[in-house]
Design a protein around this ligand. Structure first.
Ligand code: GDP
Length: 328
């Protein structure tokens, strides 16, 4: 069976077909990339095989996080960034993560609208992913999906997340570089401070520079960022302005991302961030596995028996919990 064909095959996929599927994805076949991402979304039992096959190929992509409140212009900016990155010869994957959406599978309307600019370009892959419903939510599914896209050979993986509190912070944890997007007329700097985004941005972009108030947002943001204490050699996040709708200022954002990348590499911070990220990934996988075991314990009555023993004074909660843990 050609692993890149669609329909009917997802469930029938076997471990033996995984290397062909990965090879097809690395050849730039979007359907194969899409099928690998579906395995992530489905929490497929084939994932360990997929990750093992991808392992020698990961670590090449620049992972860029883009976050901001709804309406600031994330989709528009993503589109413009993709166009600029393509101009520079990069293969680009976009992962749009919506922590609140129950939908998945790349069929969201927004996808198709955005896709239309890049629809005929095989160097661009765009996919929406719903994080809800996964064990561990964002922390489980996003790194797996990023690993797939990295291993598939994309030069840049852009992870776009709707800014809803915790998810922004999580995206920053997953990315090499995090771009925080703001716009005038949206609560501006005050909201920025509240949401805690002043700590997570490597780059701040005030979009809708064509609108009144954009310069004030930049001024406010700059003075707030200036209050943060940073060691001498630390990265100082620039505050840029764009009009994503026309593409104005977007090339400067890509330049600043390249500068941040150079800084990350020169200081060893890239390696530190990646190790931190994979630690979280391993932890999320281990906790997921543990939780599944506990569910089994819950369903076979063992947890009830332990609880009854504690209630009866024959055991205590610590000893009971210990007896559930593996010896690792
Ligand atoms: P998202 O919700 O953050 O993804 O924001 P969208 O990209 O969907 O943009 C929200 C609205 O702002 C849309 O109506 C866009 O057309 C508009 N928009 C995006 N960028 C700009 C810009 O640079 N200037 C202006 N005036 N409007 C923009």
């Amino acid at each position: 069976m050609d692993p890149s064909t669609t329909g009917g095959g997802r469930r029938g996929l076997t471990a033996a077909a995984v290397p062909d599927l990965v090879a097809a994805a690395r050849d730039g076949r979007s359907r194969a990339v899409g099928r690998l991402l579906s395995l992530v979304e489905d929490e497929s039992p084939l994932l360990p095989e997929v990750m093992r096959t991808l392992a020698p190929h990961v670590g090449h992509a620049r992972i860029i996080g883009l976050t901001g409140a709804p309406g600031v212009g994330k989709s528009t900016s993503t589109n413009a960034l993709v166009a600029e990155l393509r101009r520079r010869g990069d293969r680009v994957a976009v992962l749009a993560v919506d922590p609140s959406s129950p939908f998945s599978g790349g069929a969201l309307l927004g996808d198709r609208i955005r896709m239309s600019d890049h629809a005929t370009d095989s160097g661009v892959f765009i996919r929406s992913m719903a994080a809800r419903g996964h064990l561990g939510g964002l922390s489980w599914a996003t790194p797996q999906a990023m690993r797939v896209l990295d291993g598939a050979g994309f030069d840049v993986v852009l992870v776009e997340t709707v800014g809803v509190g915790q998810s922004e912070v999580e995206v920053a944890g997953h990315a090499d570089s995090t771009v925080v997007l703001l716009a005038p007329g949206m609560g501006d700097g005050i909201q920025a401070a509240k949401a805690g985004i002043l700590e997570i941005g490597d780059l701040y972009v005030v979009n809708k520079a064509d609108r009144d108030g954009a310069s004030k947002v930049r001024r406010d943001l700059r003075s707030m960022l200036a209050l943060a204490e940073r060691p001498d050699q630390a990265w100082r996040p620039p505050v840029l302005m764009t009009t994503a709708a026309s593409g104005d200022g977007v090339a400067a954002v890509v330049d600043a991302l390249a500068e941040h990348r150079d800084w990350l590499t020169a200081t060893g911070e890239l390696e530190r961030r990646r190790v931190r990220r994979v630690r979280d990934e391993i932890e999320a996988l281990a906790l997921g596995a543990l939780r599944r075991r506990w569910e089994a314990v819950g369903s076979d009555g063992r947890l009830d028996r332990l609880a009854r023993a504690v209630v009866a004074g024959e055991s205590d909660p610590y000893a009971a919990a210990d007896s559930l843990l593996p010896d690792a």
